[in-house]
Design a protein around this ligand. Structure first.
Ligand SMILES: *Cc1c(COP(=O)(O)O)cnc(C)c1O
Length: 356
C-alpha cells in the first residue's frame, strides 16, 4: 500500500474539516533561546481547520464521514467539562449539518466560574451543542448510550463515539498525518529524530504509530507524554489501539509493545492539574515564537520535549518535530495557572509606569 494520505481519506469517505497538509514551521527563536543546536519544528495541527482548530479534527474527518455513510443525524460523544474533543465535535457536527450531544463528566476538581463556564464550554454552547453534565464517578460513555436510546425513540439516528474520538476509525486521522509527515520530511530534506505528541485518549500516538508501521517507517520515532492515564495504562491503550487500527482498516505492518514509547514524567498531580513545567513551556513558546500551547495536553508534552532537549537527548544538528495539537480555549479556563502580575502594568499618558 502506498502511504498516500489523500487516497486514505478518499477510501474511507472522510469529510474535510482542515487544510492538508498542515504546515510545518521551524522555530528558530526558540532554538536560539535554548542554544543547544537542536533544530525544532512545529506541525500546526492547531490552526489548520474549523472550530478553533486542534488534533481532534483529524479524527473527526473520519468519524463524521463514517456517521454520514451510516445515515446518522446526531453525533453523540463524551469528555471532561473542558474537552477540546467535545468542542470540535460540536463545530464539526454543525459544519456537516448533524445535531450534536455532549456528555461531559466532572473529572477535574475545579468549581470556579472559569472552569465551569468559559473556554471550551462557552464554545460548545456557541456551536449549538446540547450539553449533558454527569458526575465525575459515572461512566459518560454508558450515559451516552442511554441518551442514544432516547434519541432513537424520538426517531433520530445517533452516532456514538467515546472520549477523544479514539476509535480505530478516528485514529485513521493520524495514520494520514503520519504519511503527511513522511511526505513533508522528503520535501524539506529533513529527518526528524523524534516526533512528539501529548497522550490523552491515545488516538494521536496510536494513529501515528500505525501510520509509520503501515508505511514501513520507524515507529519508535513517535513518542508521547501521558497527561491523563498512568504511563503503563497509556502504553497498553496506545498499543491496543494502534494494532486495532491496522487490523480494522486492513492496513499492512504491525506495532509491537517495545515500539510504543511513552513518558509519564510530565503528568504531575493528575489530569487537568497545572504543573510549573507546563506554565514555563507555555510562556517560553509564547514569548519566543508567538505560538500558543494549552494547559492540559500540549503544554505538558512540550515541557517534556524541552526537558529532553535541555538534558542532551539530541545531538546538535538533529531535528525534532512537535505536533501542535491545539486546545487554546483551555487557557481561558486556567487563568489562575499563569502569572498576570508581571505583565499587568499600565502607563500614564506621559509614558511613566503607573501602579497597576
Ligand atoms: C485530546 C488532545 C490531545 C491528546 O490526543 P489523544 O488522541 O486524546 O491522545 C492532545 N492535545 C490536545 C490539545 C487535545 O485536545
Amino acid at each position: 500500500m502506498s502511504p498516500d494520505p489523500q487516497a486514505l481519506r478518499a477510501r474511507h469517505g472522510a469529510v474535510s474539516l482542515l487544510a492538508h497538509p498542515s504546515p510545518i514551521e521551524r522555530l528558530t527563536r526558540l532554538e536560539a533561546a535554548l542554544g543547544t543546536g537542536v533544530r525544532i519544528y512545529g506541525k500546526r495541527d492547531d490552526v489548520a481547520g474549523i472550530g478553533g482548530g486542534g488534533n481532534k479534527l483529524r479524527k473527526l474527518e473520519f468519524l463524521l464521514g463514517d456517521a454520514i455513510a451510516r445515515g446518522c443525524d446526531t453525533f453523540v460523544t463524551t469528555g471532561g467539562l473542558q474537552s477540546n474533543h467535545a468542542r470540535l465535535s460540536a463545530a464539526a457536527a454543525a459544519r456537516m449539518g448533524l445535531g450534536c450531544e455532549l456528555v461531559l463528566a466532572d473529572v477535574v476538581p475545579r468549581h470556579d466560574a472559569d472552569y465551569r463556564g468559559n473556554g471550551n464550554l462557552l464554545l460548545d454552547a456557541i456551536f449549538g451543542a446540547t450539553v449533558h453534565h454527569v458526575p465525575g464517578d459515572t461512566d459518560p460513555l454508558a450515559f451516552a448510550h442511554i441518551r442514544a436510546e432516547a434519541l432513537r425513540a424520538e426517531g433520530r439516528k445517533p452516532y456514538v463515539v467515546g472520549a477523544g474520538g479514539s476509535s480505530p476509525v478516528g485514529a485513521l486521522g493520524y495514520v494520514a498525518c503520519a504519511w503527511e509527515i513522511l511526505d513533508q520530511e522528503a520535501a524539506l530534506g529533513e529527518r526528524f529524530a523524534r516526533i512528539v505528541v501529548p497522550n490523552g485518549s491515545a488516538g494521536t500516538h496510536a494513529g501515528l504509530a500505525a501510520g509509520m508501521a503501515a508505511a514501513g517507517a520507524d515507529v519508535t520515532r513517535v513518542q508521547s507524554y501521558a497527561v491523563l492515564a498512568t504511563p503503563e495504562r497509556a502504553h497498553a491503550e496506545t498499543l491496543a489501539l494502534a494494532q486495532a487500527t491496522l487490523a480494522a482498516n486492513a492496513l499492512p505492518g504491525r506495532v509491537s509493545a517495545s515500539e510504543v514509547v511513552i513518558d509519564g514524567s510530565q503528568r504531575g498531580p493528575g489530569y487537568g492539574i497545572p504543573t510549573e513545567a507546563m506554565r514555563e513551556a507555555v510562556e517560553l513558546l509564547a514569548r519566543t515564537e508567538g505560538l500558543l500551547l494549552d494547559p492540559v495536553y500540549s503544554g505538558k508534552a512540550f515541557a517534556g520535549l524541552l526537558a529532553a532537549i535541555r538534558g542532551g537527548a539530541f545531538q546538535p544538528g538533529e531535528a525534532v518535530l512537535y505536533v501542535m495539537t491545539g486546545g487554546v480555549p483551555g487557557l481561558f479556563a486556567y487563568r489562575g495557572a499563569f502569572n498576570q502580575e508581571t505583565s499587568a502594568r499600565s502607563l500614564d499618558i506621559d509614558g511613566k509606569s503607573a501602579a497597576a
